[in-house]
Design a protein around this ligand. Structure first.
Ligand code: PBG
Length: 328
């Protein structure tokens, strides 16, 4: 394309196709559609429980019965995919409530699939929501143990699949976890359950509000020894290549907005479905500025989501899904 010689001004006038909204709509390059979105839900124990997340307007922790009410509403908007995070009552050193058959995500997945079989259920696989120390793996001598963690993640993934999860999404960033999960799923008759790997997941300050929502802040240290360094982009390509080799069906870049370059590189380098996670901090910043009337919240939201799609994302995981779908 770049070796084509365009005619110069005044023959060439790019403003011609911008003249009316009909022309602009006809020649737009990027379309957002309902099936682009996955909506995250925080599932808590209890009944008729609904707790506000102070740093995330309109986002709640919900008990399973309220999750079902929410799913019913989402489907009426044409929003047909959710990502489940668990808020267990009980946490321990190894995050055992995360891989229990009666765990909160397992219960929620079963109930959603029973009541709304058409709802696509994606489950987040990680230990941080279930461990007393808040790290994404088993901790020994204040360090997260990679290989010992794999077995627990695999167990968690299997119980999610057994509970009806349609897609398994590991977000822990241990080396080898996609392979370990693929293996256990294949050995247990879940060869057809896809894995959406948080492949290029950066250690990011944009996760701040999520840690309030999921009650998953690390009790000591940070996640820099397993999540990626935001100064790197070649390394993201290596992470993604490894996850594909280990059996990932969809690869994810996270966060989205400060990483649009990584989304584009991922799309150009691998002919794979790409998911982008428009994370909590990206959501809360727009909501906060809109509340102050410093920006037009809806317009900035649509511009942001379109930019993520334009960068190369096929699916967007976003707390804006409900708001955005009403404008499509
Ligand atoms: C769990 C996990 C996190 C997010 C998704 N899965 C938090 C973290 O790694 O600390 C962040 C999502 C968001 O900020 O919206 N490992």
């Amino acid at each position: 394309m770049s070796n084509f010689n365009y005619p110069n001004f005044p023959v060439s006038r790019l403003r011609r196709l911008r003249k009316t909204s009909a022309l602009r709509d006809m020649f737009r390059e990027t379309h957002l559609t309902r099936s682009d979105f996955i909506y995250p839900l925080f599932v808590a124990e209890g009944e008729n429980y609904k707790r506000k997340i102070s740093s995330m307007p309109n986002v709640f922790q919900l008990s399973v019965d309220n999750v079902l009410r929410e799913c019913e509403e989402l489907l009426t908007f044409g929003l047909g995919a959710v990502l489940l995070f668990g808020i267990p009552d009980f946490k321990d050193e190894t995050g055992s409530s995360g891989y229990h058959a009666e765990g909160i995500v397992q219960k929620a997945a079963r109930e959603i699939k029973k009541n709304f079989p058409e709802m696509l259920v994606v489950t987040d696989v990680c230990l941080c929501e279930y461990t007393s120390h808040g790290h994404c793996g088993v901790v020994e001598n204040e360090s997260v143990q990679n290989d010992a963690t794999l077995e627990l993640l695999a167990k968690q993934a299997l119980t999610h699949a057994q509970s009806g999860a349609d897609i398994i999404a590991p977000s822990d960033m241990m080396d080898g976890r996609v392979g370990a999960i693929r293996k256990i799923l294949d050995e247990n008759n879940f060869a057809e359950t896809p894995i959406m790997a948080y492949a290029a997941k950066y250690s990011s300050a944009f996760y701040g509000p999520f840690r309030e929502a999921a009650e998953s802040a690390p009790q000591f240290g940070d996640r820099k020894s397993y999540q990626m360094d935001f100064r790197n982009s070649d390394e993201a390509i290596r992470e993604i290549a490894l996850d594909i080799q280990e059996g990932a069906d969809i690869i994810m870049v996270k966060p989205a907005l400060a990483y649009l370059d990584v989304i584009r590189r991922a799309k150009d380098n691998f002919s794979m479905p790409i998911a982008a996670y428009n994370v909590s901090g990206e959501y809360s910043m727009i909501k906060a500025a809109a509340e102050k009337n410093w920006i037009d919240g809806e317009k900035v939201m649509m511009e942001t989501l379109t930019a993520i799609k334009r960068a190369g994302a096929d699916v967007i995981i976003t707390y804006f899904a409900k708001d955005a779908i009403k404008l499509i």
